[in-house]
Design a protein around this ligand. Structure first.
Ligand code: COA
Length: 134
């Protein structure tokens, strides 16, 4: 089995992040306001506007953005972390920061109930072990 050097560990190939948030922060959310534009991308606002429970999907995306920030240990602007749904509903992260987007492979998982939303994030640092072939 290949051994990992201290350097490899200090560079943290795998990082995790999580966040939990109350849905009521997004009740009566103004989709056209400045806050909306600062937090969400146009695509996220359009997608969440079509969801049955808009507050839940907005809150889950907000939680995902915070979970991604924890993974990357960086306060990226919220609207540079875009969460979209793939065909079968799986959430996918589009990092819109040109410096960060090729450095990490990121996966998120979202969940929400009547009162809370949570997100879990796993990031792989592609630069830290020669994993980045780009
Ligand atoms: C995905 C699934 C587990 C959701 O469970 P749930 O308890 O109703 O809902 P949760 O609150 O825990 O999760 C909702 C979030 O799960 C995510 N999700 C939806 N479908 C998903 C899937 N196939 N895989 C992973 N995550 C999924 C979404 O991000 C969703 O939130 P959003 O709509 O705001 O983006 C459920 O729909 C399921 O069991 N699906 C079967 C698996 C599958 O692949 N289905 C494909 C159908 S074509």
């Amino acid at each position: 089995m290949k051994s990992f050097s201290k350097k490899t560990f200090s560079e943290s190939v795998f990082k995790i992040g999580t966040d939990l948030i109350e849905l009521d922060r997004f009740n009566n959310f103004d989709f056209n306001g400045r806050l909306a534009a600062n937090i969400f991308t146009m695509r996220e606002l359009r997608d969440c506007g079509k969801k049955q429970n808009k507050a839940a999907s907005l809150a889950a995306r907000f939680a995902a953005k915070e979970a991604v920030q924890k993974c990357l240990n960086k306060n990226l602007r919220y609207n540079l972390i875009e969460i979209v749904n793939e065909k079968k509903g799986q959430p996918k992260v589009n990092l819109l920061d040109p410096l960060m987007k090729n450095r990490y492979k990121i996966q998120v998982s979202l969940s929400h109930n009547k009162t809370m939303a949570q997100a879990f994030c796993l990031a792989i640092n592609l630069d830290s072990r020669g994993l980045n072939t780009k």
